[in-house]
Write a protein that binds this ligand. Structure first.
Ligand code: MCA
Ligand code: AMP
Length: 496
């Protein structure tokens, strides 16, 4: 089989060093690479190039996941990794929006996906169904071709497909390799979901690019991960703030001696990173007290990968996200679209660079609206203090960050409004020690109707991914609105 002529992100490392650990099994780079070739060959069959065909995959972190993602890239397709916790209606939207033609899923998911795939005329296969041992010439792929589509919630009702090119993906990886000094000696656990940048780029792709070892977990399994931490398996750890909170909560329920061993394991690592949501200063301090590790906080977004990071070498400041990463152009702009020139004055973070995505799939209008003068407008507001960026908040009240997941209040409201007892609803994020923000539904009921929290929660089951289901319900007479009839969400936070 000839080696692919594609740019990275196609894995091109043929060494016998361990690339992946999945349960008791280990796979070296050569083995992974061969399997990717077989999968890409099977995808291509008689074709010379998939020509940006959208191929979705639905599986947890596994050798199969890596095979599918790199196989799609190697054969010239666009990889569309999906959330295995999605409700059917959410999947329907992703598959339809991306015009997916093939779905690669673990066998355990086939029964639940068959009907949907059939109705959308999508071929449902497993990785093993596709693999062929045949000599194939892989297509030459220009870095400007589309590589990856990830769905992100925004200020519109339905999630949008964020499309990145091979060049984007490479830029997002290489800036982190340089800034965080990745090397082939690194060993990292991966327990984050693999339909977001944090898991896909920061951990899996950086690890594989660097020739490091990635330990795959299908979920955040604290006891199993802790065992490995005590054994000194890992030297790098990356997670969302909620995971550090959950680890501290776990420590409170186990023996002191055990806690000391786990904390010593963290202490021996070269790097602990927090991101995807704000790391509270209290958490930063607690982690340092417990483990001696000074968390490195960084800022990113699906559309840009990582943009700003505290330094690997140098002061990591609590409550701040640091400075723009190598190759990332970052500026703050005021409400009149003028660059903010003085320190301590806040503005919207705007980003330029190879790390920025190409487009929202099939949505020229949204793509156009999200750029101004070539700058991608993040919607996040920050201030620079003493050379360090600090995130102040978001320009939209309709975005909620819960446990690292970005959720659209409007999407959740859209589902809740189909409940026959609900007349009006506003979904807001309420500050929460564990989740950062907790999804809260403020509801006005139709006349003569009742609704309690447990009934609402079970009604939501299956209608949305479970992490979107409101954690709190507040019933009020009617929602406060401004003169334009728009619900004044900030005022709701004061009422509840
Ligand atoms: C789980 N639950 C949640 C969340 N996760 N509720 C609200 N928000 C969440 N994020 C609920 C479940 O619905 C369930 O509810 C209960 O918690 C237990 O679920 P389980 O899956 O067992 O929980 P867990 O394993 O402890 O999950 C927590 C988690 C997970 C590990 C923190 O949420 C997670 O992996 N978050 C990270 C997401 C991520 O990678 N984000 C990066 C995107 P019930 O018991 O009522 O049924 S942002 C990004 O990529 C940008 C570029 C960036 O900057 O990084
Ligand atoms: P996502 O679109 O899921 O990739 O989420 C990106 C959003 O997460 C950003 O627009 C920010 O609002 C938020 N975010 C990421 N990292 C941080 C951080 N370190 N501090 C505060 N917010 C963050």
């Amino acid at each position: 089989m000839t080696m692919p002529k594609t740019p990275f992100p196609c894995l091109q490392n043929n060494s016998t060093r361990t690339a992946l650990v999945e349960g008791e099994k280990t796979y070296n780079y050569k083995q992974v690479n061969e399997r990717i070739n077989q999968f890409a060959a099977g995808l291509l069959r008689q074709k010379s190039d998939l020509g940006e065909e959208r191929i979705a995959f639905f599986m947890p972190a596994s050798l199969d996941y890596v095979t599918a993602m790199h196989g799609v890239w190697r054969a010239g397709g666009i990889a569309v990794p999906l959330n295995v916790a999605s409700a059917v209606s959410e999947l329907d939207h992703y598959l339809t929006c991306a015009n997916v033609t093939r779905m690669v899923a673990g066998n355990e998911y086939h029964d639940s996906l068959r009907e949907l795939c059939h109705s959308l005329n999508i071929d449902l296969v497993s990785v093993a169904d596709v693999l062929i041992e045949e000599s194939v010439t892989f297509p030459e792929i220009s870095p400007d071709r589309r590589a990856l589509m990830l769905f992100t919630s925004g200020t519109t009702n339905k999630p949008k497909g964020v499309v990145s090119t091979h060049r984007t993906v490479e830029a997002q990886i290489t800036t982190l390799i340089e800034a965080w000094e990745w090397s082939e000696d690194d060993v990292i656990p991966l327990f984050l979901p693999l339909h977001h940048i944090h898991g896909i780029i920061n951990i899996l792709s950086c690890g594989l690019w660097a020739g490091a070892t990635v330990h795959l977990f299908s979920k955040f399994d604290i006891p199993r991960i802790s065992e490995q931490i005590i054994a000194g398996t890992y030297n790098v750890f990356m997670a969302v703030p909620t995971i550090y909170v959950k680890l501290i909560q776990y420590f409170e329920g186990i023996e002191k001696g055990e806690v000391e061993k786990i904390c010593a394991g963290f202490n021996a690592m070269r790097l602990n990173i927090s991101g995807s949501a704000a790391c509270p200063v209290k958490l930063f301090k607690q982690w340092k007290e417990l483990t001696g590790q000074v968390l490195l906080e960084r800022y990113g977004m699906t559309e840009i990968g990582m943009g700003i990071s505290n330094p690997y070498n140098g002061e990591r400041r609590a409550g701040a996200v640091g400075q723009p990463l190598p190759g990332v152009d970052c500026k703050l702009f005021d409400d009149d679209d003028n660059p903010v020139v003085s320190e301590a004055v806040s503005g919207e973070i705007r980003i330029k660079g190879d790390n920025v995505f190409l487009e929202y799939w099939d949505n020229k209008e949204a793509t156009k609206e999200s750029f101004k003068d070539g700058w991608f407008c993040t919607g996040d507001v920050a201030v620079v203090e003493d050379g360090y960026y600090r995130i102040m908040g978001r320009s939209s009240v309709d975005i909620i960050k819960s446990g690292g997941y970005k959720l659209s209040a409007l999407e959740i409201e859209g589902v809740l409004l189909t409940h026959d007892a609900i007349a009006e609803v506003a979904v807001i994020g309420v500050e929460d020690d564990t989740w950062g923000e907790a999804v809260t539904a403020v509801i006005a009921l139709k006349q003569g109707k009742n609704l309690d929290y447990d009934t609402l929660k079970s009604w939501c089951d299956g209608k949305m991914s479970s992490y979107k289901i409101p954690k709190h319900l507040k019933i009020i007479e009617s929602l406060p609105r401004n003169a334009m009839g728009k619900v004044t969400k900030p005022s709701l936070k004061e009422i509840i």
